[in-house]
Design a protein around this ligand. Structure first.
Ligand code: ADP
Ligand code: MG
Length: 319
């Protein structure tokens, strides 16, 4: 049973069915009715030492990233971050570690005007859980389920760097790639983009598990397929240099941790979206289109199908 089947079977329909819950399990965040004409988006992500980050990762980076990955889920919903709670499990009390961790998380929290309002602190293997809440006008959330045939597919920023950074951190690279390591440890949540995409995008997800895996969630939730051209993606100089070592497109399209946004929009909104990219000083690549035929097809420059398989990260995949 995959991670997703497991969630569906045991947790997707647990407890009561409450009237104020607009959206439960299955998107980047849940949506509940908030005060006035608002909704709250609520998301949670956990990072476990040895699974999500190598032993010895700097505490500033852990504090930063634990919040960043959650803000990324709010961005994918088009929500404005407001509050967070923190569950921290520590093997020992180390004040320098805590000061640095707190500084990393505090840096991002201040930047996004978010307040930490609670949490829990326990002793055990290093595990960091952050829950965030964001607010948005009712009915304007960006869902995974709104993609329509004919919509264009867009991806923000550059992908592949976090995967390359991880290779360096794990000692699998002959040379240093500081830009890519930075992208791994301190991903920039695309909050401003998410907010600007309200009313423009028809669907959205953040790219945490690999572009193909995360796009597949949009396609499944929307009941559509897609044809994409990987060659239209922006790649950093580092990823281009180490393209073969990353496993070519297979590696780049399946590498996780980039925290860019993948979204769809009707073709007539393309110029507005590209103008937005200028305003936000962020690259946005149009990489393909949504089709009614289910499935995700990658095409080369000659419109020929490429032999690429989706292999997003699944914590419970059988070996
Ligand atoms: P993301 O990658 O955007 O953080 P996940 O793949 O972790 O999303 O989760 C997919 C969906 O399943 C989300 O809506 C999440 O809230 C939900 N989910 C994951 N684990 C659980 C759980 N143990 N109980 C209830 N819902 C869960
Ligand atoms: Mg997500």
């Amino acid at each position: 049973m995959s991670e997703f089947n497991l969630i569906q079977r045991y947790f997707a329909h647990l407890g009561a069915s409450r009237a104020e819950v607009v959206l439960g399990v299955g998107d980047d965040a849940a949506l509940v009715a908030g005060p006035g004409n608002t909704q709250l988006a609520i998301a949670l992500d956990t990072m476990v030492e040895g699974v999500h980050f190598p032993v010895g990762t700097a505490p500033f980076e852990l504090g930063f990233k634990a919040l960043a990955v959650n803000l990324s889920d709010l961005a994918a919903m088009g929500a404005q971050p407001v509050w967070a709670t923190l569950g921290l499990t520590l093997p020992e009390k180390n004040e320098q570690w805590l000061a640095d961790f707190s500084a990393g998380m505090g840096f991002l929290a201040s930047k996004y005007q978010l307040q930490l309002i609670g949490g829990d602190t326990t002793r055990g293997p290093l595990t960091i859980t952050v829950q965030v809440a964001g607010s948005l006008p009712s009915g304007q959330a960006l869902l995974r389920s709104g993609a329509k045939p004919g919509d264009l597919v867009f991806v923000s920023g550059q992908i592949g760097d976090a995967h390359l950074g991880l290779k360096q951190v794990l000692g699998a690279l002959p040379i240093q790639v500081p830009h890519s390591v930075q992208r791994l440890h301190q991903p920039e949540p695309r909050v401003a983009l998410g907010l600007a995409l309200r009313g423009l995008a028809s669907s959205c997800i953040d790219v945490s598990d690999g572009l193909l895996a995360d796009m597949a969630h949009i396609l499944a939730a929307s009941g559509v397929g897609a044809r994409i051209y990987p060659s239209l993606l922006q790649l950093s100089a580092e990823v281009k240099t180490h393209f073969a070592l990353l496993g070519g497109w297979q590696g780049v399209l399946n590498g996780g941790d980039d925290y860019e946004l993948c979204f769809t929009a009707p073709a007539e909104r393309q110029s507005q979206i590209l103008a937005l990219a200028d305003t936000l000083r962020l690259r946005i690549s149009c990489i393909g289109e949504i089709v009614s035929q289910p499935g995700l097809v990658c095409l080369d420059e000659h419109d020929q199908p490429m032999a690429i398989h989706g292999a997003g990260y699944d914590h419970f995949r059988e070996a």
